[in-house]
Write a protein that binds this ligand. Structure first.
Ligand code: TTP
Ligand code: MG
Ligand code: MG
Length: 437
């Protein structure tokens, strides 16, 4: 066997990366049972990688004595679980669970307040290792990304599957956390695959098995099918993807609009969305210099609201979204302050930009007089996966729906037709400027 070839039928070992030459259940070299084989092993090149119990894993890395303990990251203002390690999950703790419930389920949990700076740094490290594999890395959230490894065989001198297994080992060694890998021929199935064997998973879904694999799954597995769409499908008696596979495209479009079209193709495992690397535009922002310096938070808030709407409108127009909110202030003595906050998921919603900006602004409104306020969004990505529709925070979801409804109205009746309570009747002093980003 040449150095670069893998026999798809026998695959390779995820622990020592040795290519296998028989169908034994354990690695011929190190004895590990963590073998990967698949008939399409050498052809598949679209991957989705997601870190395992991300926040908790970073904390465990930094406090090794917690390794075998149930650890929950959460608390803070909303009093819910951000993430639970896999030990706590076995005991019934889930993301977004109210903290008191989590502690009922697992009273000996170690609860740690989130340290976003630290998680952002770990996320950046993972991202930069990904970027050394291929320029085609599309970040989805703080702990996950799509990678397109097609055409990289000549560079790496090995099939994408092996490159990915090596990557998973590298992350463990160099960053001290673990990831799960999904490998397929399209983004839809790569994403599903990465979730199939967590933690430290490595799952493959090939073209040959896609339809059958999907058939017995619930429609909610399809990205974009949230609670509302699932209920609409349920009313028509559609529960499984198999049912969608037997329906006509025209029929699906008639019943469910554009979602119907997507359902038709995804149900058949057809997804031609490209992996889109991070955008060249670095950030989108808007700022205002006041006619008279402002000091009080309540005077700054309506300005922040209006600017957030401007930024949001631009993001929506460009079909992009960003994961980092940047607040900029210039004090009366011309000192510039910038403050950042990273979000778990990219957003393009004015409400989210505003709320995050406001959190940052509260800390700065300390009696200082300001002459300029700006808000921006960076870490830009394609908006296809921004603002996940089924987030657990119902308040936020309602506001997101309201915002999208308002956008539709504005489009119909013009920009000034709908104003929110924050800006209503209060025009922003000064002239919004476009800093050349
Ligand atoms: P996820 O990748 O969804 O979850 P996870 O990494 O904790 O666990 P898994 O092994 O299942 O992937 O989210 C990444 C991080 O984002 C997570 O560690 C914490 C944060 N997060 C929240 O703060 N609130 C939430 O409701 C979710 C889902 C995630
Ligand atoms: Mg994760
Ligand atoms: Mg994730």
């Amino acid at each position: 066997m040449s150095d670069t070839a893998i026999l798809p039928k026998y695959g390779f070992c995820r622990d020592c990366l040795t290519r296998q030459s028989s169908a034994a259940r354990r690695c011929s070299s190190c004895g590990s049972p963590r073998l990967v084989s698949h008939p399409e092993l050498e052809r598949l090149s679209i991957a989705h990688i997601d870190c395992d119990a991300f926040f908790a894993a970073v904390e465990k890395r930094d406090r090794p004595e917690l390794r075998d303990k149930p650890v929950i990251i959460g608390g803070g203002k909303r009093g819910v679980v951000s993430t639970a390690c896999y030990i706590a999950r076995i005991r019934g703790v889930r993301s977004a669970m109210p903290m008191f419930k989590a502690l009922e389920a697992c009273p000996d949990s170690i609860v740690i307040k989130p340290d976003m700076e630290k998680y952002s740094e770990a996320g950046r490290q993972v991202r930069s290792l990904m970027q050394s594999l291929t320029p085609l890395v599309e970040p989805v959230s703080i702990d996950e990304a799509f990678l397109d490894l097609s055409g990289t065989e000549s560079l790496h001198r090995k099939a994408p599957a092996l490159v990915l297994a090596e990557f998973a080992k590298q992350v463990e060694r160099e960053i001290g956390i673990t990831v799960s890998v999904g490998l397929s021929y399209c983004k839809f199935l790569a994403k599903i695959a990465s979730d199939m064997q967590k933690p430290r998973g490595f799952s493959i879904i090939g073209q040959g098995e896609a339809r059958e694999f999907l058939a017995d799954k619930p429609v909610t597995l399809i990205w974009g099918v949230g609670t509302a769409s699932a209920a609409a499908l349920e009313r028509e008696g559609v529960r499984t993807i198999r049912q969608l596979q037997t329906m006509e495209r025209e029929d699906l479009i008639r019943r469910f609009g554009t979602l119907g079209n997507r359902l038709f193709y995804l149900a058949r495992g057809e997804d031609d969305r490209k992996v889109q690397p991070e955008h060249e535009t670095k950030s989108v922002s808007a700022e205002t210099t006041f006619d008279n310096d402002l000091t009080a938070l309540e005077d700054l808030v309506p300005v922040l609201r209006a600017l957030s709407e401007t930024v949001s409108t631009r993001l929506k127009k460009a079909e992009i979204a960003g994961r980092t909110i940047v607040l900029k202030l210039k004090s009366a003595d011309f000192r510039i302050r910038t403050r950042n906050r990273q979000l778990p998921d990219a957003t393009r919603l004015a409400d989210k930009i505003f709320a995050t900006g406001l959190e940052l602004l509260r800390k700065e409104a300390d009696g200082t007089s300001f002459r300029l306020l700006g808000i921006g969004v960076s870490d830009l990505v394609d908006d296809a996966r921004a603002d996940p529709p089924d987030l657990v925070d119902h308040g936020a979801r309602k506001r997101a729906m309201a915002e999208l409804a308002m956008d539709a109205l504005r489009e119909k009746f013009g920009g000034k037709a709908v104003e929110t309570g924050y800006t209503f009747g209060r025009s922003v002093r000064g002239k919004p400027q476009d800093p050349a980003d």
